[in-house]
Design a protein around this ligand. Structure first.
Ligand code: THU
Length: 135
C-alpha cells in the first residue's frame, strides 16, 4: 500500500529547497525505492536555461547514492503540493531507474499512472547491443 499523501508531502517539502529563480516553479520529486526508502530532490535551474536540472534528475542521483535499486512509486509536486507530471526527458530517466510497474502520482483526485502509460514503447537498456559483441 503506497502512502501517496505522504509521498506528495515529501515532494512538496523538497520543492521548498528548489533553486528556481528563472521560472519561479519550485518542483520537488519524491520516490519510494525497492528497499522501501523514501528519497527526494528538487529542481536546480541554471542561467543557461538548457542546463537546468529537473527534480527527477536529482531523484535518480539520490537513488544511486543510496545504494541503487529501482523506484516503485514517484510523486512530483510544486511548492504548494500540487501534483505535476514528469516532463518527457524525466519520463525516460524514470523508465531506466523505475521498476517495471513504476507508479506516478496524478494527484489526490485520480489514481496514479503507470509509467508505461506515460512513456509507451520506451527505448531502454535492452535496445542497446550486448556489451562485448562486435556490431
Ligand atoms: N521541472 C522539473 O523539475 N520536473 C519536471 O518534470 C518538469 C519541469 C522544472 C524544470 C524547471 O526548473 C521548471 O520546472 C520549469 O520548467
Amino acid at each position: 500500500m503506497i502512502d501517496w499523501a505522504g509521498l506528495r508531502w515529501s515532494a512538496r517539502d523538497a520543492a521548498q529547497h528548489a533553486y528556481a529563480p528563472y521560472s519561479g516553479l519550485r518542483v520537488g520529486a519524491a520516490g519510494i525505492t525497492s528497499r522501501g526508502e523514501v528519497l527526494s530532490s528538487c529542481n536546480v535551474e541554471n542561467a543557461s536555461f538548457g542546463l537546468t536540472l529537473c527534480a527527477e534528475c536529482g531523484l535518480v542521483s539520490a537513488l544511486a547514492l543510496s545504494g541503487g535499486g529501482k523506484l516503485s512509486a514517484v510523486s512530483v509536486a510544486d511548492s504548494d503540493g500540487k501534483a505535476l507530471l514528469p516532463c518527457g526527458r524525466c519520463r525516460q530517466l524514470l523508465h531506466e531507474h523505475g521498476s517495471a510497474e513504476l507508479l506516478v502520482d496524478a494527484g489526490s483526485e485520480v489514481p496514479p499512472h503507470r509509467l508505461a502509460e506515460l512513456l509507451p514503447l520506451a527505448f531502454g537498456p535492452e535496445d542497446l547491443p550486448a556489451k562485448g559483441v562486435e556490431p
